[in-house]
Design a protein around this ligand. Structure first.
Ligand SMILES: [Cu+2]
Length: 171
């Protein structure tokens, strides 16, 4: 048989257990909220130490076009071209300048495939893409006078047939 005081003690224990449960839930909620609010700040801090964001631009290569044939970038912007060859033959994706392309064509495609003809060694190497394949090409566009702002496929005959594009560098 239980005494009244024993029952009171039992009730107090239940109340204390209930309060403990409440605090446990409250702490869990607080932990989640802290995580939610801390993460964006952490991402921002980490972001400032990394290079700027890379924008992806999808390009389709085929016989004998690049689509789109004109893209716009900002000076200093890093772009990752994601080039898919939907054609039946191998194509090249090359960034160059008009004068280098003209020189390459004037030489009858005699220059090395990996020589863009541009001044300096900072010229981008072209990539070759097999039919059905996708390849990426990353480049940071400067704001100097010799920025590669032409897209070309210099597989002999392809540029001449229309495989060319322009990078508009908004200034
Ligand atoms: Cu081509």
């Amino acid at each position: 048989m239980r005494s009244k005081s024993h029952d009171d003690a039992a009730i107090r224990r239940v109340v204390l257990l209930g309060m403990g449960g409440f605090f446990a839930v409250a702490l869990a909620v607080l932990a989640v909220l802290l995580r939610v609010y801390r993460d964006p700040a952490a991402a921002t801090d980490a972001g400032s130490a990394r290079p700027g964001p890379v924008r992806e631009i999808a390009i389709t290569a085929g016989e004998f076009t690049f689509e789109p044939a004109s893209v716009e970038v900002a000076p200093g912007e890093t772009v990752r071209f994601v080039v898919t060859n939907t054609g039946a033959i191998e194509h090249e994706f090359r960034l160059s300048t008009q004068h280098a392309i003209d020189a390459h064509l004037a030489a009858g495609h005699a220059t090395d495939d990996h020589d863009t003809g541009m001044q300096g060694d900072d010229a981008p190497d072209p990539i070759l893409i097999a039919p059905g394949e996708t390849a990426t090409f990353e480049w940071t566009f400067g704001d100097g006078s010799d920025v590669p702002d032409r897209i070309a496929c210099l597989v002999p005959g392809h540029y001449e047939a229309g495989m060319k594009g322009v990078v508009e560098i908004a200034r």
